[in-house]
Ligand binder design. Sequence first.
Ligand code: ADP
Ligand code: 5GP
Length: 189
Amino acid sequence: MNKKGNIIIIVAPSGTGKSTLIKSLKEDFRELHWSVSFTTRPMREGELDGKHYFFISRDEFIKKKDQGAYIEWAEVHGNFYGTSKGFVETKVNHGFSLLFDLDIQGADNMKAEFGDDAKCIFIVPPSIEELEKRLRGRGTDSDEVIKLRLENATKEIKRKDDYDFFVVNEDIDTAYKDLAGIVKGLLEA
Ligand code: ADP
Ligand code: 5GP
């Protein structure tokens, strides 16, 4: 196979609905291979090692980083996250398309590495007020964490035009239709 695979990155401020949308993408686009990241964050209930993330210690993470094992890595909300260089290069060179869930630093670093071969889709909340409602409604974060995530979101939203596409997640069905249309277009290009 001569054609290289697509690199599709979904990025969004925390609480926007990225995980919800990605879950549907994974179900509908079986041809997309999912990049499982390495993280030092503790495993949450219901998560599986090797499926949601490879859960490793900070020492192991740093050792792998020093060995050049990550194509990008970042500290997000106090934990390290990294994308396997070997996995990405092998899949892309064999013509497989990859789907990534990265924070904004990861998206920027992948753009620096792959340029126009990496396509970033930014998911935007309809407003900061609605984002706060979603974060509170999800019930997974303390007031302090929510405050920090809203501050970060305000900065991140200003960068929405820096990416290849953006989708506003107001109504989930409309947002998913828009997102799926973009992904379909990229896979067919
Ligand atoms: P993220 O992965 O971006 O942090 P989630 O997918 O966990 O966000 O969504 C945050 C919360 O908002 C969840 O409780 C989710 O069910 C809810 N949510 C997602 N999209 C919408 C939407 N369009 N309208 C209302 N609630 C939504
Ligand atoms: P969570 O801990 O909620 O699963 O993810 C927190 C944040 O880390 C999300 O914004 C997610 O996109 C990001 N993230 C997950 N894996 C990686 C990765 O490998 N690299 C980078 N840069 N960010 C990641």
